[in-house]
Design a binder for this molecule. Structure first.
Ligand code: MTE
Length: 318
């Protein structure tokens, strides 16, 4: 279900033409993002320092995931700052200025600061992560993201031992994000949060691209979170602030409808949304007669993440 790793494969071992093509796509993506070749091979040791180092390198999926057509993923988006329907953000989001972009990292951290995105990216190695993406609305798709582990960024700014949670905030810019002028449905800016161990988990990434190209604006450019075992609303777009906190932040959806959207939002077929079942999902792009897919606990990533919740009642902490 996950990572096609490129960083540890010497050129001489790349014989598979598919792998070769993906590598070229990555290079193309990095050029589009203005990232130099040296960055691609830059040091990635922080990730292996993490306590997750026992996750095998070049971890292979249990079952091959076929990516959803890019056309669907780019034109069926949830981006409420622009539109409350799934099609209009594709055009509306093009007005969002994303260059230059900086990310403020503050709170319980040794090296707080406002970092230019290019500087953050120049320290990272981009990889492709093919993840199933499951929306709380009971549809799913499979997206080949390009990005890097959030842990690799956090390790560089050195969270203090008091950092228990991480809060993420989207850009506030009502001029280019028209719905931010209207706070009837949601309070702006969009805010999400993770527990620190969730944030440091190697499956949690910051994405800068998809399908071998720079991330489309409607999908959260230039930088978004992707947490594959949680409902899609946790995967916040257009991140401008990351705060390391002692206490759990109140996320946008939990604040607006606490009974519908919990802080954890782990994909779970046994815990229904108050108004619909989560036991199955509509697979976007599948034929009309294709049956719904059975929802998997933690969206199929239980082997990797269930230990994070071993002593928790998942019905209570939904
Ligand atoms: N982030 C921001 N800032 N604003 C949003 O409206 N929607 C969330 C999440 N991140 C959203 C957001 C929801 S509900 C989902 S399902 C996913 O983004 C959708 O990601 P996609 O549009 O790239 O498929």
């Amino acid at each position: 279900m996950i990572i096609k790793t490129h960083k540890s494969i010497p050129n001489s071992e790349i014989t598979d033409p598919v792998v070769f093509k993906q590598r070229r796509q990555l290079i193309k993506a990095m050029l589009a993002l203005g990232i130099t070749g040296s960055a691609m091979y830059s040091d990635f040791s922080n990730a292996s320092e993490a306590k997750w180092q026992n996750l095998p390198k070049g971890y292979q999926p249990k079952a091959a995931l076929n990516a959803t057509s890019a056309d669907i993923v780019k034109n069926h988006t949830n981006y409420y700052e622009f539109s409350y329907n799934k099609t209009d953000s594709t055009a509306l989001a093009q007005a969002l200025p994303i260059d230059p972009w900086s990310v403020e990292i503050i709170g319980e951290v040794e090296k707080p600061g406002v970092y230019h995105l290019e500087d953050l990216l120049s320290q990272q190695t981009l990889q492709e992560y093919i993840y199933r993406f499951r929306c709380v609305e009971a549809w799913s798709m499979v997206v080949p993201w390009i990005g890097f582990p959030l842990a690799s960024l956090l390790n560089k700014v050195r969270p203090l031992s008091t950092a228990q949670f991480v809060k993420f905030t989207t850009l506030l810019d009502p001029k280019s994000m028209p719905n931010q002028a209207d706070s009837r449905l949601l309070e702006w800016p969009y805010v999400e949060g993770l527990r620190i161990d969730e944030a440091m988990h190697p499956l949690t990434i910051l994405a800068t691209g998809m399908y071998g190209e720079a991330l489309p604006k409607q999908n959260g450019a230039p930088l978004r979170l992707v947490v594959p075992w949680k409902y899609g609303f946790k995967s916040i777009k257009a991140v401008v602030k990351i705060e390391l906190l002692k206490r759990a932040p109140l996320s946008t959806w939990s604040k607006s409808a606490p009974n519908d959207y919990g802080f954890y939002a782990n994909v779970n077929p046994e815990v229904p949304h108050p108004r619909w079942s989560q036991s199955s999902e509509r697979v976007l792009g599948a034929g009309f007669f294709t049956p719904r897919r059975k929802t998997e606990l933690f969206n199929g990533y239980a082997d990797e993440v269930a230990a994070l919740y071993s002593n928790m009642d998942l019905r209570h902490f939904f």
